[in-house]
Design a protein around this ligand. Structure first.
Ligand code: AHG
Ligand code: MN
Ligand code: MN
Length: 335
């Protein structure tokens, strides 16, 4: 079997699509580098806590940071030094991170969730990094918020890294979804999952069912329907919920399933909004899902068609096997 590293894969893609510039490949390479470093640090997280417990200073004399701050700072550092980006929007920053004068300004804007599912880290549960790349559309030399505030259909690339029993990077540039597993002995991401498609049938549902009483009637009825015995499989759907979007989505992508974070009607029935963020979570995950034959909706609107109102715009997110997500939309319509 021929081993293919992520670098080779990126170069092959570039050759296939003559329009693709080396700058874009360099950017993906920078993200892969950051992923390797964050993955190492995630593996050390339990020990860092022990070492840093007394004075909040780790063994190298550095102040111990929360893992999500660490991942955010590291990504910003690598991306700005790489010279391929014009603006960075992060779940961890209120406003966009501008590129300082000392760095080159590139043609791409990045939206990212540096560490997704970080509340799970203390329990050794898988977490991830999510990223979304847009082309620069603003006129000035430097990038602006406009470059980050583009709807999902405009994404040039989306991906995530999962720090699990192995570290994996999964991405799409609109020509299928490809997964790479980190070989820690040589520090390379190796192509392990080429052209991933969500398998049928959809057997799994993933939702925080503790929120049941906050949901609208359509969502409640849909979830109840999954507990009835299915005629073909002779069993109800299986419930699986980790509480890290990357991990829940990744499992459903490989096994077939639907993930739901519906609107919370109790908070404000007139203006229901979800918990997850459009730019940093919903949009990149939706791009990957559609490329794998799946679909993502708010219940009434395709995620990729939503115009972001501001950087931290939140939306309901229902994503998974297409037939199943459409079935959910029907339940919602009927109420
Ligand atoms: P983050 O750690 O980036 O803030 O994201 C947490 C998100 C997401 O990963 C997960 O799907 C969801 O929160 C879980 O929320 P609940 O704990 O409300 O179920
Ligand atoms: Mn998140
Ligand atoms: Mn996060």
């Amino acid at each position: 079997m021929k081993l293919k590293t992520i670098e080779q894969h990126i170069l092959d893609q570039q050759r296939k699509y003559p329009g693709a510039s080396g700058g874009f490949s360099g950017l993906l390479y920078d993200i892969a580098l950051a992923a390797k470093i964050i993955g190492k640090q995630v593996n050390m997280a339990g020990l860092v806590n022990v070492i840093g417990a007394t004075g909040d200073v780790n063994i190298q004399g550095e102040v111990v940071q929360k893992m999500d701050t660490y991942a955010n700072d590291l990504l910003i550092n690598i991306l700005t030094n790489g010279g391929k980006v014009c603006a960075i929007a992060s779940e961890e920053n209120e406003n966009i991170v501008e590129i300082h004068d000392e760095f080159l300004v590139g043609k791409y804007a990045i939206n990212m969730d540096p560490l997704d599912g970080s509340s799970n880290i203390g329990a050794n549960v898988s977490i991830g990094t999510i990223f979304s790349i847009h082309r620069k559309i603003s006129k000035g030399h430097k990038g602006s918020e406009e470059d980050c505030l583009q709807k999902g259909t405009k994404q040039a690339c989306a991906g995530y890294v999962i720090y699990g029993s192995s570290t994996m990077l999964v991405y799409t540039t609109g020509t299928g979804v490809h997964g790479f597993t980190l070989d820690p002995t040589v520090g390379e991401f190796i192509l392990s999952h080429e052209n991933i498609q969500m398998p049928e049938p959809c057997k799994i549902y993933s939702v925080n069912e503790g929120n049941y009483n906050y949901w609208d009637n359509g969502t409640k009825k849909y979830i109840e329907s999954l507990k009835e015995v299915d005629k073909t499989s002779n069993r109800p759907y299986t419930s699986r919920y980790i509480g890290s979007l990357v991990s829940d989505f990744h499992r459903n992508l490989l096994y077939g399933g639907i993930f739901l974070y519906p609107a919370d009607y109790k908070k404000d029935p007139k203006k229901p909004e979800g918990k997850l963020r459009l730019l940093f979570e919903a949009s990149p995950i939706a791009f990957i899902a559609e490329q794998a034959g799946g679909y993502a909706t708010t219940g009434t609107q395709r995620i990729l068609d939503i115009e972001p109102k501001h950087l931290h715009h939140r939306v309901p997110l229902i994503v998974g096997n297409k037939s199943e997500v459409l079935r959910y939309e029907e339940f919602l319509k009927r109420g």
